[in-house]
Design a protein around this ligand. Structure first.
Ligand code: SAH
Length: 303
C-alpha cells in the first residue's frame, strides 16, 4: 500500500496518545520544557496572533502608562473567543490563548489529557491557568475574569457550532466549564449567533490524525463558526503543523506514521486542502529557532 491509500485510524491514534505521559514533554514527543521548543513555539504564536488581531493587546503604551485616563476615553475591550483543537493537556490554551482571549473552548479526544487540563484549570497555579482562578479584577482597565470550557471529542466528530452534538460515529462530552461564573457562554445545544463566533480557531500538532477529506470537512465547519460582522468574516483559523517536503512518499507529500496512525503533509498538500475547503490563505509563517532535526513547522492563517 502507498501512503496515499492509508487513512489515519481514530482509535489507533487515541490509543497511541493514551499511552503517552500527560505532560508537556509527552505531548511534544520529548521536546518539553528542558528544550527551547515550548517557549519559542508559544512566543511565535502569540506574536502572530497579536499581529492579525491587534485588538487583543491590552498593553498601555509607555507614554500613557502614568497618566490617568479620562473615563470616557477608556475603550471597553470586547470579549474575545478562541477554540483550541486537539488540545492535549491544554499547553496552547495555557501559554498562548488564555493570556490573550477571554473565553476559550478546548477539544481533545484522550480522556487522561482532558483530565490533566481540567486539573490545571481547577488548581489555577501556573501560566494562563491562573487567569481562570478567582479573585478576578473588576477595574475597567484591567483584565476581566476569563473562562475555559472543555470537550472530549475527536475533530472528525466535532462541530464547533454545536459542540455538544457529536457527528455520526463519534461522541462529544462536556467535561466542565471553569473560570469567572459571570461569563456567558453560547448555549451548546443551539447554533450561536454570528457575532458570538470564534475570533480564532487554533489547530496545532494534531491534524495529521484526520484524512484529507475529514480535514476539509472540519475546516468548513470551523469556518462557519468564525465571528462575523456586517463587514464579513472577522475571525481566523490558525493551523500550525509539521510540514514535510513535497517530494516525500513518492511525490504524494503525505508521509504516514504507523506508530500514531497520522500523516505529515507537505506545504503543497496543505494548500490544496485549504483550497478544497474554500479558505483563503492570509498569512504563512515559518517557525524559527527549532532544533534542526525536527520537521519545519509552518503556521497558516486562514479564513
Ligand atoms: N495541540 C497540543 C497537543 C499536541 S499532541 C499541543 O500542541 O500541545 C497531539 C494531540 O492530538 C494529542 O493530544 C492527541 O490526543 C490529539 N489527537 C489524536 N487524535 C485526534 C483526533 N482525531 N482529533 C483531535 N485530536 C486528536
Amino acid at each position: 500500500m502507498t501512503s496515499e491509500e492509508k487513512v489515519p485510524d481514530f482509535e489507533a491514534g487515541v490509543s497511541y496518545w493514551a499511552n503517552t505521559p500527560a505532560t508537556v514533554n509527552g505531548v511534544l514527543g520529548g521536546y518539553g520544557p528542558a528544550t527551547s521548543v515550548p517557549r519559542l513555539d508559544a512566543a511565535m504564536t502569540r506574536m502572530l496572533l497579536l499581529s492579525i488581531l491587534p485588538k487583543l493587546s491590552t498593553i498601555t503604551p509607555s507614554h500613557r502608562a502614568n497618566r490617568p485616563q479620562e473615563p470616557s476615553k477608556i475603550e471597553q475591550r470586547r470579549s474575545f473567543r478562541a477554540l483550541d483543537c486537539g488540545a492535549g493537556i491544554g499547553r496552547v490554551t495555557s501559554t498562548v490563548l488564555l493570556p490573550l482571549f477571554d473565553r476559550v473552548d478546548l477539544v481533545e479526544p484522550v480522556p487522561k489529557f482532558v483530565e490533566a487540563a481540567k486539573e490545571a484549570a481547577e488548581k489555577g497555579i501556573k501560566e494562563g491557568w491562573k487567569l481562570v482562578k478567582p479573585p478576578f479584577s473588576t477595574e475597567e482597565t484591567k483584565n476581566r475574569g476569563k473562562g475555559v470550557r472543555m470537550w472530549q471529542a475527536g475533530l472528525q466528530h466535532f462541530d464547533p457550532l454545536h459542540p455538544a452534538e457529536a457527528l455520526a460515529g463519534g461522541a462529544s462530552k462536556h467535561i466542565g466549564t471553569f473560570g469567572d461564573v459571570n461569563l456567558t457562554w453560547p448555549d451548546p445545544s443551539q447554533t450561536f449567533s454570528e457575532d458570538d463566533g470564534y475570533d480564532l480557531v487554533m489547530i496545532q500538532w494534531c491534524i495529521g490524525h484526520l484524512s484529507n477529506q475529514q480535514l476539509v470537512d472540519f475546516l468548513k465547519r470551523a469556518q462557519k463558526s468564525l465571528r462575523r460582522s456586517e463587514f464579513g468574516l472577522e475571525g481566523y483559523i490558525c493551523l500550525k503543523e509539521n510540514v514535510c517536503r513535497d517530494e516525500t512518499a513518492e511525490g504524494t507529500g503525505m508521509l504516514f506514521d504507523e506508530d500514531d496512525s497520522s500523516f505529515t503533509r507537505s506545504d503543497k498538500v496543505f494548500r490544496q486542502v485549504f483550497a478544497d475547503a474554500g479558505l483563503t490563505l492570509i498569512r504563512r509563517e515559518v517557525q524559527q529557532g527549532f532544533p534542526k532535526e525536527l520537521f519545519p513547522v509552518i503556521a497558516y492563517v486562514l479564513r
